[in-house]
Write a protein of this length. Structure first.
Lengths: 707, 197
């Protein structure tokens, strides 16, 4: 018997792997032939079917769920919402289903048996002690079933349009099947999947999901994070009102990874105004380097210091540009004589940043008397093994202190200089045009958002250094970052009329990677910032209530559409249903349609746990986070399609989740820039993206503060 | 390799899977694939995320198709590991390969090794027991370790170390600068595991 079970599992594994490959778009032609199951399932299937029947559950209803998600009729919708690779996957799967449903022969068995097996196992794991046992299902789930379970969950999670159906199916079908109302969702662990939060749900995800923990930075590490970092190691924020409708807001937060590992935040960010110039600086210390947080801070400080002096000499208010000037200046990438002062300031700033790091390293390696106490401290905390001492300095004696290298301070540096420049229109009148000069070594992103660009408001102002694999980049501290290479990295852009500018943002890769999808990704970032009221969105003065009604109407239409398609698929099902099942199914469909008629924008707001400890020692708290990704999926829209309806965005921004959660940001846009920056910090701390646990930094020039 | 050693390898895989699954970082980032080679090379498990990975039961027999294994490894990496392409496609993290063998290659492997070397993949090779040729592995990758014996304790210690390395790698991939080379934890003392200089 054991051998039989092992064989069954083996066959199932093959079949599962093949489907999974398709799902993740890494589909291998040679695995097609594995799409068959052993006939030994029959016996098991028969027993299971009888058992399920005695419980009043028919597999057809459950199979409907499958069909609704991957049915042939849905291919067009899926294709519209999926990437080309995923669309191919969907086509493959729907072909499989077609064969399964229409062939009438063997191929329908795998699907049927898969579902039977799944529910039998779930059921038998949870049965015995009735509803009290349900929370134990996840814990009791045998290892062999995890794959199957995850696969089913994956299927159910994949479909953008059936999100509501899925929730309803979980709640109705599953809860009825197991005679329970659902269990409290356990929060605070890692989020594998973005989906709307419910207060209770039947959560059958395996309990093996380990939680992220919070630990304060290890005090034995050299911090070099003075000032506000000393009191608030989880994140800092700053704001400055510039009095002319523009303001700076910035925040850096310690990533989930560093919270888990008791390490410091390695990012730094700065902003400053020098004359007409607005300077944004962001630096990401390499996690692999011992003192990268020192590097990022030194780089920002040194660059800021240099800009403070040099940019005063670069008065651009005397320039009066006309349309004909713009393109040559932009194309010159900084070699235009009118920008020579700025370019030289940038070169000097980057040179200073490098020099300041080299100087820090040299002083500590040559026992500068000013810092001898600190040097011995560094020795204590970095004491390398003998091998490491030798590797760094082959001539070193056995007990020599560890030689510090520039690479111990590896960091990136992103600089963005923004100024309004007088502009002479063709009709002779003058206005102000916004000029942005950027230079960056490393990854991350500098982006500008412009109102007139809607629905494509984003303009990327730098080209990040990336390698063929993730995490590969260039550092300021590498030899490649010499003055000539600095000027080759200068980008000059005109951002359009001053009143048109919404924001310019410099961000570390901790944020940029979460939105890595070219302009589409940046458009999604813009949606997120507006939805969470971190940036203003100027909707044409329409009625927000009206917009909300329209958006919710669209939500409901999507859900109802999916529900009715489920009905269609139900009637298409070839297997004869018992009259009682038929009645049940109709009831289920009816309740699905009814429930889908009650969907609101606020239902899609997620509640995230804020892990950061604040200076006042406040405990973790829940905040309401709106994910553009969730709204876009529920509405089946691309970011640009949502951005074409700014009133909808504002309706989402203003929808009130529940009184129990703390909004990220005071809804009043007249809030002070400090409050705005703190809202930014909380959002950056709270939002969760799978696989993203880097430190996050954003420095924002918010140009939309004036009404 | 047969009997107790291969059982130890199977147990080691279980430990590997359980440990990575209980690590929140690995759970969100790590994907695992398994290639075996005896008289031929087979990808037993395609690249699968760690929460879906179930270690198969390996059996060992036959010869050592080392060249075929390297060739298959290169094919699998180029097919399954996504590389950065422009602004639209973010690359996967750089693959980390643990290669374990207890025999001499029985096919020609030099050209496959040459071709793999240029691919920028981190390889950690393990020569298990006296039958394995660590100098041959050394020509493939600078990181080679030697198991003095293939008894159960040593294989178990090796897998513990592999698990620690993989966890450490998943910490390092989460941060910029992972390309600076992956620093491995020191092998357990007195376990018969040595790093081949």
């Amino acid at each position: 018997v054991q051998q039989t079970q092992a064989d069954l599992h083996f066959h199932f594994k093959n079949w599962f792997s093949s489907l999974r490959l398709r799902l993740i778009g890494r589909y291998d032609e040679t695995r097609r032939d594995q799409l068959s199951l052993a006939p030994r399932f029959d016996e098991a299937a028969r027993v299971v079917e009888e058992t399920l029947k005695s419980r009043g559950v028919s597999w057809e209803i459950l199979a409907l769920d499958w069909a609704a998600h991957w049915g042939r009729d849905r291919t067009a919708d899926l294709a519209a919402s999926l990437s080309p690779a995923e669309a191919g996957v969907a086509r493959d799967l729907s072909r499989v289903r077609d064969v399964a449903l229409r062939g009438g022969g063997e191929p329908s068995e795998p699907i049927r048996q898969l579902l039977l097996l799944y529910f039998r196992e779930i059921w038998s794991a949870g049965s015995g002690s009735g509803r009290d046992a349900i929370p134990d299902v996840r814990r009791a789930m045998p290892e062999s079933l995890l794959d199957l379970h995850l696969f089913m969950v994956h299927l159910l999670e994949r479909s953008p349009t059936c999100r509501s159906l899925r929730d309803d199916l979980w709640d109705n079908v599953m809860s009825k099947a197991f005679g329970c109302e659902g269990v409290e969702q356990v929060d605070g662990g890692s989020r594998q999947d973005p989906r709307p939060t419910r207060s209770t749900r039947l959560d059958l995800r395996p309990a093996s999901s380990p939680a992220w923990t919070w630990r304060s930075p290890d005090p034995s590490l050299p911090s070099h994070r003075q000032g506000e970092w000393a009191n608030s190691p989880d994140g800092v924020s700053a704001g400055e009102d510039l009095g002319d409708g523009w303001r700076f807001i910035s925040a850096s937060v310690r990533g989930r990874g560093h919270k888990q590992d008791a390490l410091f935040c390695d990012d730094s960010g700065r902003f400053l105004r020098v004359g007409a110039w607005h300077v944004l600086l962001a630096s990401d210390g390499a996690g692999s380097a011992k003192f990268s947080r020192v590097g990022s801070q030194l780089a920002c400080d040194a660059a800021a210091h240099r800009f403070e002096r040099e940019l005063l000499k670069c008065d651009v208010s005397g320039l009066e540009l006309s349309e004909a000037d713009l393109k040559p200046i932009q194309d010159s990438r900084g070699s235009d004589a009118r920008l020579s002062g700025v370019i030289s300031a940038i070169q000097q700033a980057f040179g200073d940043a490098q020099a300041s790091i080299a100087d820090w390293v040299a002083k500590r390696n040559h026992a500068d008397p000013d810092i001898s106490a600190e040097r011995s401290y560094i020795d204590r905390v970095t004491r390398g093994t003998e091998a490491e001492v030798r590797r760094r300095d082959p001539g070193a004696s056995q007990d020599a202190p560890l030689l510090i290298l520039d690479s111990d301070l590896h960091c990136t540096l992103l600089a963005c200089l923004v100024a309004s420049v007088p502009f002479r229109r063709a009709d002779g009148t003058t206005s102000a045009i916004v000029l942005a000069v950027t230079c960056a070594i490393g990854d991350g992103m500098i982006v500008a958002f412009r109102q007139s660009g809607l629905p494509h408001p984003a303009l990327m102002l730098m080209a990040p250094d990336t390698g063929q694999f993730a995490g590969q980049t260039q550092f300021l501290t590498e030899r490649t970052a010499q003055p000539e290479s600095v000027s080759a990295r200068v980008h000059v852009s005109f951002l359009g009329a001053r009143e048109d500018l919404v924001a310019v943002i410099a961000m570390s890769d901790g944020v940029a990677d979460d939105y890595y999808d070219g302009l589409v990704g940046m458009e999604r970032l813009y949606c997120d910032l507006v939805m969470n009221e971190l940036l203003r969105c100027d909707a044409p003065s329409g009625d927000v209530d009206q917009a909300r009604a329209a958006a919710e109407e669209a939500l409901r239409a999507r859900a109802a559409n999916a529900a009715s398609r489920l009905s269609d698929l139900a009637s298409e099902f070839p297997s004869p249903l018992q009259p009682a099942d038929e009645f049940r199914k109709k009831q289920l469909q009816k309740s699905l349609v009814e429930q889908s008629a009650q969907r609101t924008l606020a239902d899609l707001v997620r509640q995230e746990t804020l892990l950061a400890r604040l200076p006042d020692g406040a405990q973790p708290t829940s905040v309401a986070v709106k994910y553009a990704a969730i709204y876009l999926e529920a509405l089946a829209m691309k970011p640009s399609e949502l951005l074409a309806k700014p009133a909808w965005l504002r309706a989402i921004a203003q929808c009130d989740p529940s009184s129990a959660t703390i909004p990220l940001h005071a809804p009043d846009r007249s809030s002070s820039c400090r409050e705005a920056a703190d809202g930014l910090r909380r959002w950056m701390d709270a939002y969760i993206v799978k696989g993203s646990f880097d430190d996050r930094t954003m420095v924002v020039l918010d140009a939309g503060a004036m009404a | 390799m047969d009997g107790a050693p291969i059982n130890a390898v199977n147990q080691g895989l279980q430990v590997f899977q359980a440990a990575l699954r209980s690590d929140p970082r690995a759970l969100e980032t790590a994907f695992v694939s398994l290639i075996t080679f005896d008289s031929q090379a087979t990808q037993v498990v395609p690249l699968t995320d760690i929460s879906s990975f179930t270690p198969p039961t390996l059996r060992a027999s036959g010869t050592t198709a080392f060249g075929a294994a390297l060739q298959l490894l290169e094919q699998c990496i180029s097919r399954e590991v996504v590389r950065t392409a422009g602004e639209g496609q973010k690359g996967d993290w750089k693959p980390l390969v643990f290669l374990m063998t207890d025999g001499q290659p029985t096919d020609s492997w030099e050209s496959a090794a040459n071709s793999l070397r240029g691919k920028g993949v981190n390889i950690i090779a393990c020569a298990a027991g006296d039958g394995a040729d660590e100098q041959m592995l050394k020509s493939l990758t600078p990181t080679v370790i030697k198991l003095a014996d293939t008894n159960e304790q040593q294989v178990a210690a090796f897998f513990k170390w592999v698990t620690a390395s993989a966890k450490q790698a998943s910490v390092q991939v989460g941060t910029s600068g992972a390309d600076q080379g992956i620093a491995l934890p020191p092998p357990p003392p007195n376990a018969g595991i040595v790093i081949v200089p």
